[in-house]
Design a protein around this ligand. Structure first.
Ligand SMILES: [Zn+2]
Length: 336
């Protein structure tokens, strides 16, 4: 049913795209939000690319993923373990908290991972929910996570990030899911500065740390697909890599994301940034590949308010029930 709906949306998106391309780009202003009249359903009106057919995020259905370990080899991270020549600036842009990386000299970069070029790290930011049951942009078999981190890199064959931003091979984003678990002191390097960036457009320089510290230990397992920025102007320029292994963070730490940073300016009524995620977009004709067979996603799951369930335990239960029903059907046919 959902596929059929997406096929219809594909045709509709094409029509909308043509209508919108006839429009003066961005003429109606560039404000956008995660709900209401400026919410994701309306982004394409002001930002025509958001109505395209290579949009992100998407739902990853593991039984439709194509494993290609020859192509999707492990990444090589360069400069991820160094802090020299690197400055980090933490900012609140009203939509997320973002750490901009300012590098003098040798860039922090990624190669391998099936990429044809070298991609330099530019910034990283987060998407999170008001509750544990939601927050990630991508989902695995309908499983959502409380937070997702994106590390944005640009293709160094272009002169800079801005030039790469709208090219079809311009960006490579690494996506990581979070799970509620143990206190993660590595993220306190960011969280402890939230009081300095409580309001929109506030920025502060933070003590530099090695980017590798934030990542899960194992980076060999990941999904790959071609998509877009998940925020306006939604340029279809992103090579996505979504990693299997999750990052642990405590409920208290998540609460700091939920309540310490606001989408409003300092002189306005406080509104939390939380729920800064775009709903999944149609896959259309795209395929999702992976570097190796999926064993499990994280350790612990969560339930989703909207009826979507989450967590590897739930996945296993669904698989067990499906297998049992199949077995019962077989027995029924055999003995009837
Ligand atoms: Zn993002």
């Amino acid at each position: 049913m959902k596929t059929a709906f997406c096929m219809k949306m594909f045709d509709l998106a094409t029509v909308v795209l043509f209508i919108c391309l006839d429009h003066t780009y961005g003429s109606a202003g560039n404000e956008w939000a995660y709900d209401g009249e400026k919410g994701p359903d309306h982004w394409h009106l002001d930002f025509p690319h958001c109505g395209g057919v290579r949009q992100s995020p998407v739902s990853i259905k593991t039984d439709e993923v194509i494993v290609d370990s020859e192509w999707l080899v492990p990444f090589t991270l360069k400069g991820y373990d160094k802090i020299q020549n690197l400055t980090m600036q933490l900012g609140n842009n009203g939509h997320t908290v973002q750490v901009d990386l300012m590098i003098r000299g040798e860039p922090v970069s990624i190669t391998g991972g099936g990429l044809k070029n070298v991609y330099a790290a530019q910034q990283f930011h987060f998407h999170w929910g008001k509750e544990d049951q939601r927050g990630s942009e991508h989902d695995i078999d309908g499983i959502y996570f409380p937070m997702e981190m994106h590390i944005v890199h640009y293709n160094m064959k272009y002169n800079n990030f801005t030039e790469a931003l709208n090219k079809e091979d311009g960006l490579a984003v690494l996506g990581f899911f979070f799970e509620v678990g143990r206190y993660n002191h590595r993220f306190d390097r960011i969280i402890k500065h939230f009081s300095e960036i409580s309001y929109r457009d506030l920025r502060t320089q933070i003590e530099t740390f090695a980017l590798r510290d934030l990542l899960p230990e194992n980076l060999d397992g990941y999904y790959r697909y071609y998509g877009s920025l998940t925020t306006p102007p939604c340029y279809e320029s992103v090579i996505w890599s979504i990693f299997y292994q999750t990052i642990q963070i405590s409920e208290d730490q998540l609460d700091q994301f939920r309540h310490k940073v606001h989408e409003n300016y300092a002189n306005e009524t406080n509104r939390d940034i939380s729920d800064d995620y775009r709903p999944p977009q149609c896959l259309n004709r795209r395929k999702i590949h992976s570097s190796k067979p999926v064993v499990s996603i994280g350790n612990v799951g969560k339930n989703n308010q909207t009826g979507r369930t989450s967590g590897s335990a739930t996945q296993i239960s669904v698989t067990l029930i499906t297998s049992l029903i199949f077995l019962m059907k077989l027995l029924f046919i055999f003995f009837w």
